[in-house]
Design a protein around this ligand. Sequence first.
Ligand SMILES: [Zn+2]
Length: 274
Amino acid sequence: MRKGLSLMAASAVLLLPLSGIGSISISSKTVKPGDAVLISVSGSEAANVKFGNKTLPLFSFNDGTKKCFAGIPFDARGNIEISCGEENAKLTVTLSVAATEKLSIPAKENIDEAKAAAEHDRILKVIATVSEKKLWSGKFGKPVPGDVKTPFGVNRVVNGAPGGGHRGVDLAGAAGEPVKSAAGGRVLYCEKTIASGNSIAVDHGQGIVSVYFHLSRFNVKEGESVEKGQVIGAVGSTGFSTGPHLHWGTYVFGVCVDPFVFVKKDFFYGYGKR
Ligand SMILES: [Zn+2]
């Protein structure tokens, strides 16, 4: 118990108590679109936390707290209200203006639009998967060593039409280069699709899912458990792609966030694991 308390104190900079007895703590009070925060609740029977207009499930940890992550959506501006039982907290979102990138992707003939739409719906469902058990520990790793070609959030104009914000990062990589799982988890999805090509989604548990698109091959199957650093596929240019690269995305309860948030931070700092 003592050890747990001293570890809590050591990370006090990141876990700012926002109310009198600190029953809701949040890993950062000021965020920008694409960030993720860890919400920690103590001394409450509540099973959920309200985060803006979303209700997020809380997971119980060995140190007696309940926690969940929350993703800050692309379009978040101003304040996000957080509440749990009687407790309230507030997050301030800083306006960030994303860059614009113009892309020209050769039109593919005979695209089955209905099939592409059905695949898109299925991927959206998959990335919103929530499973109870935390399957990773520590920081996430980059799936390939290459540099960022297109960062998270960049507004895209594809063949002259608005393509929306970039929901992940594009990493440089040669065709055939191994792609590694960013963290431990379970393969949720492993399919060839029209838009994102050969695609893998890995469930890390507790609402965190990562995706790997445009692969040239699969090294895993759906349902398989994977460890951080395990080769799951290879870099390719399948689907709508301008050349070999890896599109890597990270979702928090279905909200896309910058994958580097989980590479830069270990939100748990070794305490309260489960
Ligand atoms: Zn991409």
